[in-house]
Design a protein around this ligand. Structure first.
Ligand code: MG
Length: 260
């Protein structure tokens, strides 16, 4: 069921959006060559506790999960792109890191993800990351009441195809509000002008993610982490966006912190 939020409810979602933005900015700033993934999770846990937020991940146990997630952040490294379960791994020079983070505050959820490279970056990794960012910008631009879901999907796909990346539509954007994953599903590929008409009050997580040379995923032996089938690297950019009569509001915007 698709739920619409009143302008007052969208205002109530601003604090959680801001907190998620701040945590990702902090974690990105503190993550470097030599950082262990478990310490990123511990730090995220500490920031959650300090604020009184509630993790959306720690007890998360959907049908495809082997057991509850048990951590508070997804850390997907290199060929891992989604749902990366933090484990005892120390980042090396040139690793491509994707952090995906969702919490609730006062019953409202925000969800956001960022990719970056620690140490010396390879040009192809920067191009992949930049493409997910541009696709997210295009998705946000399409998130207006004049459009339909398919316009968002088509906008994402156009950016990806323009750089030669293929697209997996199994995992994509979703409604977000009282829970992390709600209707509608927003695939990262689709036909412009088709699908549910976007309405004021719809709050969605938009999340382009691409793999360098495949659109196939495999699940890691940890039961959670999704990796590219061919070992190529992946990147992921996500924001929680409220569609309003006056245009999209990016609730997890980090730009006020001086970071992208
Ligand atoms: Mg997310």
């Amino acid at each position: 069921m698709i739920e619409l939020r009143t302008p007052a409810e969208i205002e109530q979602m601003r604090p959680v959006g801001r907190f998620v933005a701040e945590v990702l900015a902090t974690l990105r700033d503190e993550t470097a060559v030599g950082t262990n993934l478990l310490s990123i999770d511990r730090r995220a846990h500490e920031l959650i506790r300090r604020t009184g937020a509630e993790s959306c991940y720690i007890d998360y146990h959907p049908s495809f999960g082997a057991s509850p997630f048990g951590k508070v952040i997804c850390t997907s490294i290199n060929d891992a792109v989604l749902h990366g379960l933090p484990h005892d791994y120390t980042l090396r020079d040139g690793d491509l890191v994707s952090l995906d983070f969702a919490v609730s505050i006062d019953g409202w959820v925000a969800d956001s993800a960022v990719s970056f490279v620690v140490g010396t970056a390879r040009d192809e990794d920067l191009r992949l990351i930049e493409t997910t960012r541009r696709a997210l910008d295009a998705a946000i631009e399409a998130a207006t009441v004049e459009h339909r879901i398919g316009d968002i999907s088509a906008a994402v796909a156009q950016v990806a195809r323009g750089e030669g990346y293929s697209i997996n539509t199994d995992f994509g954007g979703h409604g977000v509000g009282r829970v992390m994953h709600g209707d509608p599903h927003i695939p990262n590929d689709g036909k412009a002008g088709r699908g549910y008409p976007l309405r004021a009050g719809l709050v969605v997580a938009l999340e382009p993610w691409f793999l360098a040379t495949t659109d196939k995923l495999v699940t890691d032996s940890d039961g959670w982490t999704l990796r590219s089938a061919d070992g190529s690297r992946g990147a992921h950019s996500e924001h929680t966006v409220a569609i309003t009569a006056d245009g999209p509001i990016v609730l997890t915007d980090r730009s006020f912190l001086g970071v992208d």
